[in-house]
Design a protein around this ligand. Structure first.
Ligand code: PEP
Ligand code: MG
Length: 759
């Protein structure tokens, strides 16, 4: 056997290097390459097929009939060569003809050859050609030979790209023509539509040079890149750079495992020994791992593979000195951002005007990036598979989260249909915007209060645009989530003051931080938090805040000082028993006294409220209500606890209905004592933002809602078409004796019959 060690691969690469540097035509170079490989592997045949116009064409051969060159053509998926390209996989066969995909081509004269080994030539993760060897004698090729072929294939990829032998904009065989359309489905995280070009958050490095000039220098570059990468990971673990959230810890652990994995660095070193540049060696090892993993059908391992891909890409970026994410380079046109996952801070780095959508391979409804994207008004599709394989940087994309789909390289007809749908949505939004200055008064003259939810400084602009009555829920934890470190009191105070200034005379209700549980902040002590099996029911929100007094005190002072001379409305999340409300209020009052003692200017009034999200609280409203100024029902959390159904679980998302007798009866029971005591009662969960649900709430006598800004227009339109007395009378009947059919259908029918505008 001619090849026994990396040194032999190196000899091939040295010879290839000379070929590549020679001033000859691309065809002459390919002819030289097949000779070099053929000699090195002592194979009777060595051939190169390249993808041209969607088919694999024989470009060079040693051993097959010369007349077959540029004549033999195979479609992707056809014959052994087409199978290798189609599946981007290596074949190693001692008897080629017995493979089910074998296709005999008489012009080649290949019937004499029994054994066959072929590897894909890969560019940007797609097969753009195939390198194959054949022997007369039936034999399997050993690993060293296969690896040598794969290494050569990498070099060939550089050669053919530089020579312009393949049409790179047309890509590889996973999309035979540049116009081939793909559709990727996903899961709705933030509704909406957007069109733009594909931008990967972490741009992939395209390797320019594969053959090393100086092996020692390449080795040094890889060592130093490994050092830097390990440093980065250590830093990520120590700080918040990595974003926030429980699942990240796991990823970080896996990162660490790989970053220190001896096997990985050794394999990269071996690839350098064989004569590759540092970049090519990293990519070479990654390709090999990809191929191996593809044969293993284990979702857990596949996830790990994902992590290794991330890390390998990170190493590549370090070694090639191209470090920035797409955010640092700036979006040049309307763009759809693609990422495996993002932290909220990473998302906020993008130019909001050009960011038309986000597509994540992971993502969940309660992930912070989702909450922030919703606040930014950027549609997000989650759980989208195969992004790297199906989408290339710069591809035209149509994101329709409403239809849970991403269309890649759409046809003109698709673009037109998309534009029409988009325009329809815009027309509807414009109609709602016209309602901005119209008050939400029911047909029978009752004024409903329609406020909006916010959390970022910029959200406040929506107050004016939507004509909402105020901010009914300001999620103060957003500032904590988008910061790398705990926001200091001054920073908090500045934000609160800006929000109050912008809201002018409209009221704002600040919710104290709802962190902990799945909204873990990396800069809070994890050991203290411990592992939580049920984070939604864990050490979160007020439970955490009451224990971390320093945090709550700082927030109380920031809020009180920001509201100097104005009214301050504060509410506490996840109150489960009245004493928790008392303690939180006492903490605020103590801060008020402390500040007053120092002659600071005070708010002229502080009003305290509780969020009703924990069902148990409803049983003690007689005790709680007299102590507070207002109550706000968080139906997002409340329904997950009432139905014992995780609010982030996609399989349960449609299982239970907000318009079920159990939820509505529960809300009616909460509303009655609040109304009797004259305590303002609002609903600030997503439920209130849907016209039919809001109609039902008004039917229960709940006439304050706080909703996402985009819903203000549709809700106003509904309110203005509704007869409140009629729906209240009807709701009483339905709640006393729920209809046998589903209540949603019955409500819809009623709305239609009574001319209520529902969209
Ligand atoms: C809720 O739970 O309904 C709510 C408004 O709070 P959040 O969605 O922030 O948990
Ligand atoms: Mg909540």
């Amino acid at each position: 056997m001619a090849l026994t060690a990396a040194a032999s691969a190196r000899e091939i690469l040295v010879r290839l290097h000379d070929v590549m540097a020679a001033r000859t035509s691309a065809q002459a170079k390919l002819n030289a390459v097949v000779d070099i490989i053929g000699e090195a592997l002592e194979s009777e045949v060595c051939s190169i097929y390249l993808l041209r116009e969607g088919v694999l064409e024989l470009f060079a051969t040693r051993g097959l009939d010369a007349a077959a060159v540029h004549v033999t053509k195979l479609a992707p998926g056809e014959g052994l060569v087409g199978t290798i390209a189609g599946n981007v996989e290596t074949l190693n066969l001692d008897e080629a003809a017995s493979h089910p995909d074998f296709a005999y081509r008489p012009e080649t004269g290949e019937e004499r050859f029994h054994s066959f080994a072929g590897v894909p030539i890969i560019r940007r993760e797609r097969a753009v050609g195939v390198l194959a060897v054949q022997h007369v004698e039936p034999r399997r090729y050993d690993d060293v030979e296969i690896e040598a072929l794969q290494t050569v294939a990498m070099v060939l990829s550089e050669l053919i790209a530089n020579a312009g032998l393949i049409d790179m904009t047309g890509g590889g065989t996973t999309r035979p023509q540049s116009t081939a359309t793909a559709r990727i489905s996903g899961f709705k995280l933030v509704d909406g539509m957007g069109a733009g070009v594909a931008v990967f958050h972490q741009p992939r490095i395209v390797i320019e040079h594969t053959v090393a000039e100086d092996i020692e220098e390449e080795r040094r570059r890889v060592y130093s890149a490994f050092d830097k990468m390990r440093d980065q990971i250590e830093r990520m673990a120590a700080q918040a750079e990595f974003g926030v959230g429980g699942e990240h810890d796991e990823v970080l652990e896996t990162y660490k495992m790989f970053a220190y994995d001896e096997g990985w660095s050794r394999r990269i070193n071996e690839a350098i020994d064989s004569g590759l540049t540092a970049e090519a060696a990293i990519e070479r090892v990654q390709q090999r791992t990809r191929m191996r993993m593809r044969e293993i059908d284990d979702p857990l391992l596949r996830d790990r593979m994902h992590d290794l891909e991330d890390l390998s890409n990170r190493l590549l970026r370090i070694v090639s000195g191209r470090l920035g994410t797409a955010a640092q380079m700036g979006l040049r046109e309307d763009s759809i951002l693609l990422a495996r996952n993002l932290g909220p801070a990473e998302l906020l780095e993008y130019d909001r005007r050009r960011l038309k959508g986000v597509v994540l391979e992971e993502g969940s409804l309660t992930a912070h990036v989702t909450i922030v994207a919703r606040a930014m008004g950027v549609p997000v599709l989650g759980r989208a598979r195969d992004l790297r394989r199906l989408v290339a940087e710069g591809d035209k994309l149509l994101l329709d989260v409403t239809a849970e789909s991403l269309i890649v390289r759409p046809s003109t007809a698709m673009e037109e249909a998309f534009e029409a749908k988009l325009a329809l949505g815009q027309k509807r939004r414009a109609a709602f915007a016209a309602l901005r200055d119209q008050p939400p008064v029911t047909k029978d003259g009752h004024r409903v209060t329609v406020m909006m939810n916010a959390g970022l400084r910029d959200d406040v602009a929506a107050l004016d645009l939507s004509g909402a009555d105020g901010i009914g829920l300001f999620r103060t934890e957003f500032q904590f989530l988008v910061s790398a470190t705990l926001p200091q009191r001054e920073r908090q105070q500045r934000l609160y003051r800006d929000v109050l200034d912008a809201a002018a005379d409209k009221p704002v209700t600040f919710r104290t931080v709802d962190i902990g549980g799945d909204k873990a902040l990396p800069y809070l002590n994890h050991d203290e938090m411990g592992e939580e099996e049920n984070p939604a029911m864990g050490w979160r929100a007020l439970r955490l805040a009451l224990e971390r007094e320093g945090l709550m005190k700082a927030q109380a002072r920031a809020l009180i000082e920001a509201a100097a001379g104005r009214q301050l409305n504060v509410m506490f999340p996840m109150v489960s028993e009245p004493w928790e409300f008392d303690e939180a209020k006492a903490l605020f009052e103590a801060q008020r006294e402390w500040l007053a003692g120092r002659n600071r200017k005070m708010p002229h009034e502080i009003r305290y409220g509780a969020m009703l999200e924990v069902p148990a609280l409803a049983e003690v409203l007689d005790q709680l209500l007299p102590r507070l100024d207002f109550l706000s029902v968080g139906t997002n959390d409340l329904t997950q606890f009432l139905f014992a159904a995780d609010r982030a679980h996609p399989k349960l998302a449609l299982r239970y209905d907000w318009l079920s007798p159990s939820i509505l009866r529960f809300l009616a029971r909460v509303a009655a004592p609040a109304q009797a005591l004259g305590k303002p009662l609002a609903v600030c969960g997503e439920m209130g933002g849907r016209p039919l649900e809001a109609m039902a709430l008004i039917g229960l006598g709940i006439d304050r809602i706080s909703i996402t800004p985009a819903a203000v227009g549709p809700i106003k339109a509904m309110v203005r078409s509704l007869d409140r007395a009629a729906i209240m009378a009807q709701m009483q009947e339905w709640l006393a004796a729920p209809p046998s059919r589903d209540l949603r259908g019955v409500l819809e029918e009623w709305a239609r019959a009574h001319g209520v505008v529902l969209d």
